[in-house]
Design a binder for this molecule. Structure first.
Ligand SMILES: [Zn+2]
Length: 304
């Protein structure tokens, strides 16, 4: 393909008179065709007429072997839905992925490394347990290699397989992992299963990860994945409230909080609220604010 492009370029340059454009960078569609098309691809399905013609043109010129594989899609259901791509994207950004056998894998992508935890499904009895574990680990191997490519994970990757007692089983899983990773376009380096049953590996990545492309950091928890529980916020609020009532001259004090927090204040923690009211001769007006962040509250000595 490159040779063809080069010859084309030479031919054009010999005919053209400066200033003239003799080469333009490939379009997105053309780059996709160039970069991900190989003999493993069964079909190229396009849902837009215009793009279909672009694809045809490019393939006729540079990728003749793919010619019979291009098809136009004209069903009513959106193409991503029809082929289950939407679902795969969801799976590619979720932390937990279920395996057919009932087991699951948990993928945790952090700045430092990617950790993958393999879990069994239901307990199936001691006799078949070892076989079930091996089966689940082998199923996980396939899903992991797929997820690594789908998510475009890079750097250090630690896989925690379900513990296997038999040396033979550990080796089967390790060999299976090496085998599936051969298909990976990115360079990988895998160390043998360690004494704790962990596999350390690296994967070279050039582009952004799928989550980086598709997601933003959660503005609600700011990426920590956690927010204070209503009860913790409640106690924060009460400590702040005590500071306010000690200074406030007005008799009424207004408290605005997230509905879950105000529910605690008027329920479980009503004792504390009433005691404070009595102690400082105040009257608290507690209001639920639907639009508040769970950790947000405001205390006013006057209505606002
Ligand atoms: Zn969050």
């Amino acid at each position: 393909m490159l040779v063809k492009i080069w010859k084309d370029l030479l031919r054009k340059s010999s005919k053209a008179k400066a200033p003239a454009m003799i080469y333009k960078d490939l379009t997105f569609i053309q780059r996709v065709l160039r970069d991900i098309t190989d003999e493993d691809v069964d079909a190229i399905i396009v849902d837009s007429k215009g793009v279909y013609h672009q694809v045809e043109k490019f393939i006729n010129k540079y990728l003749l072997s793919m010619k019979s594989k291009v098809r136009q899609y004209s069903e009513d259901t959106p193409i991503f839905e029809h082929y289950g791509i939407e679902l795969e994207i969801e799976r590619g950004i979720n932390n937990k992925i279920y395996l057919k056998s009932g087991g699951s894998i948990n993928v945790d992508q952090t700045e430092a490394l990617v950790s993958i935890d393999v879990n069994t499904g239901k307990y199936v009895g001691k006799k078949t347990l070892e076989e079930t574990i091996l089966k689940t680990n082998l199923e996980a191997v396939k899903e992991i290699s797929y997820q690594l490519r789908l998510r475009n994970c890079g750097g250090i990757i630690i896989i925690d397989f379900i513990d296997m007692d038999k040396e033979e089983h550990r080796d089967t899983v390790y060999q299976a992992l090496l085998e599936v990773l051969k298909k990976d376009r990115a360079k990988t380096n895998v160390l043998p299963i360690s004494g704790l049953g962990l596999v350390e590996m690296t994967r070279k990545r050039t582009r952004e990860t799928l989550t980086r492309i598709l997601c933003n950091t959660c503005p609600y928890c700011e990426g920590t994945g956690r927010v204070k529980s209503p009860i913790t916020v409640c106690y924060d609020l009460i400590r702040e409230l005590i500071k306010v009532v000690k200074k406030a001259k007005s008799q009424k004090i207004y408290v605005y909080a997230h509905p879950e927090v105000s529910a605690q204040l008027c329920g479980k923690e009503l004792d504390i609220i009433e005691t404070l009211e009595e102690q400082y001769s105040k009257n608290f007006v507690i209001r639920a604010e639907n639009s508040y962040h769970i950790e947000q509250y405001e205390i006013y000595a006057h209505e606002f």
